[in-house]
Ligand binder design. Structure first.
Ligand SMILES: CC(=O)N[C@H]1[C@@H](OP(=O)(O)OP(=O)(O)OC[C@H]2O[C@@H](n3ccc(=O)[nH]c3=O)[C@H](O)[C@@H]2O)O[C@H](CO)[C@@H](O)[C@@H]1O
Ligand SMILES: C=C(OP(=O)(O)O)C(=O)O
Length: 439
């Protein structure tokens, strides 16, 4: 029963909370520690399940991980004894995260081989790993598919190479960075992703001794070096969590001060929040997001790679848009199947239609491929309580927001998924005055 919340909606969320380091950076920086000759220190680490999962994986490979609680929320990672490329119970960790695929380069450099289990992460599309495997092969890795994962070897070491991604994939760009820094010679990556979390990973690698330059045309150049040291780094804040709380403020007619939220990485979201009619107070210590008190505005938007509107902001925003006056159009161009969560919103009274066409502007990769990847949201809709089951991380948070905005009582099942990326979300909800009980 721990996995169910009974939510009594209709109360605005009001108060303040703090966000810490970004889930989508912290886990990658932890993997980077594998590349160092000495120990690393990572600060501003959130207590989320993805961090626990990556800690477990690193420990299985022989990294000593010390979790130092306290104001700095610090992890110390010592890779001195890394000696296992294959670990017996690694399967126990498969299914919970996508991070294992990023162990390839560091393990190949350290041990000459690696075994990577099948990946987890949110089911929001097929999420293939073909770009990852293609780039690893171009570095000289020999990749064999196994029944429950992939096995890699680098009999002649890894060599720098010229690469171009078919799409600016975040994970594949990180794969290239974590592999190229210790490869022999120069690597040039075209059509790279340039998300702020990737820039922070580049900062970490530079602290370790890497030589990496980023051009304005999405080209990243990495000059391989012989050795890297450990790093000390404070993680950038989680802009997805910050935006999720901002959407919760809009959807529940609330007012939430998010300490730690930073303007620079959220500019695209902040523009959208303001266009919808939300009020912003951008301060040094964080950002206050509030409902204006009147009607919200509908809008047309598409998700995109950075500096576009991130796909991970889409699901919470859609809940807020159910409360805006008129027709909103959201075109999802990053994942082919990220609107599954809207079925539960419809059960709660939201008016959302899904379309296979690319609505609202340009054509994307999914237009000709029969995926329901455009949504038309008609509002404002009166939401009512329902029994719902959380489908994935952001969809789950969005269901919670909807239940909090709705009249009446909802039962939200599977809330354990939300812990993967939202630190202490139940404590935060309580501090904002949410009316709910466990079970
Ligand atoms: C842990 C983490 O950081 N997760 C984030 C990361 O996921 P992740 O790194 O998995 O996402 P990608 O940027 O790689 O995926 C983008 C698109 O590329 C496709 N693709 C990707 C790799 C590949 O080998 N083949 C392929 O076709 C994917 O199916 C998707 O359609 O970036 C996404 C896009 O900002 C975010 O939503 C996730 O929160
Ligand atoms: C899709 C997400 O994460 P992951 O890539 O870890 O599944 C997310 O954070 O919304």
């Amino acid at each position: 029963m721990n996995d169910v919340l009974t939510v009594h909606g209709g109360t605005p969320l009001v108060g303040s909370l703090a966000v810490r380091g970004a889930k989508n950076f912290v886990s990658k920086a932890m993997v980077a520690a594998l590349l160092g000759e000495g120990p690393s220190v990572l600060r501003n680490v959130p207590q989320i399940r993805d961090v626990t999962v990556v800690t477990g994986l690193l420990e299985l490979h022989g990294v000593q991980v010390e979790d130092v609680q306290g104001p700095e929320s610090e992890l110390r990672l010592d890779p001195a004894n890394v000696d296992h490329a294959h670990v017996a119970d690694i399967d126990a960790h498969a299914g919970s995260s996508r991070i294992p695929i990023l162990f390839c380069g560091p393990l190949l450099h350290r041990l000459g081989e690696a075994f990577i289990p099948d990946l987890g992460g949110c089911r929001i599309g097929d999420r293939p790993i073909n770009y990852h495997l293609d780039v690893l092969r171009q570095f000289g890795a020999v990749v064999d598919k196994m029944p429950n994962g992939i096995s890699l070897k680098a009999p002649n070491g890894l060599q720098g190479t010229k690469l171009e991604l078919p799409y600016p994939s975040v994970g594949s760009t990180e794969q290239v960075l974590l592999t190229a820094v210790r490869a022999e010679g120069v690597t040039e990556l075209r059509n790279a992703a340039i998300e702020p979390e990737i820039m922070d990973l580049i900062a970490v690698l530079q602290k370790m001794g890497a030589i990496i330059s980023v051009d304005t045309d999405r080209t990243i150049r990495i000059e391989g070096v012989d050795r890297l040291s450990g790093f000390t780094h404070t993680a950038l804040p989680d802009r997805i969590e910050a935006a999720s709380w901002a959407c919760a403020a809009l959807a529940t007619k609330g007012d939430i001060m998010v300490h730690g939220a930073r303007q620079t990485e959220m500019m695209t979201f902040l523009n959208v929040f303001r266009k919808v009619g939300g009020e912003l107070d951008i301060r040094d210590e964080g950002i206050r997001f509030s409902h204006p008190g009147g009607a919200l505005n509908s809008l047309v938007l598409e998700t995109d790679v950075h500096p576009g509107f991130m796909t991970d902001w889409q699901q919470p925003l859609v809940v807020a848009l159910t409360q805006a006056s008129g027709l909103s159009i959201v075109h999802e161009t990053v994942y082919e199947n990220r609107f599954g969560f809207t079925a539960a919103l419809r059960d709660m009274g939201a008016q959302i239609q899904l379309y296979r066409e690319c609505l609202g502007g340009r054509a994307c990769r999914f237009g000709a491929r029969n995926f329901q990847h455009s949504a038309v949201i008609s509002g404002p809709a009166k939401l009512h309580g329902a029994d719902i089951t959380v489908p994935d991380l952001r969809g789950g948070f969005s269901h919670l927001i909807a239940a909090l905005a709705a009249e009446g009582t909802s039962r939200v099942r599977g809330i354990g998924l939300i812990d993967r990326g939202y630190e202490h979300f139940q404590t935060k909800l309580e501090s904002l005055g949410a009316n709910y009980e466990r079970g």
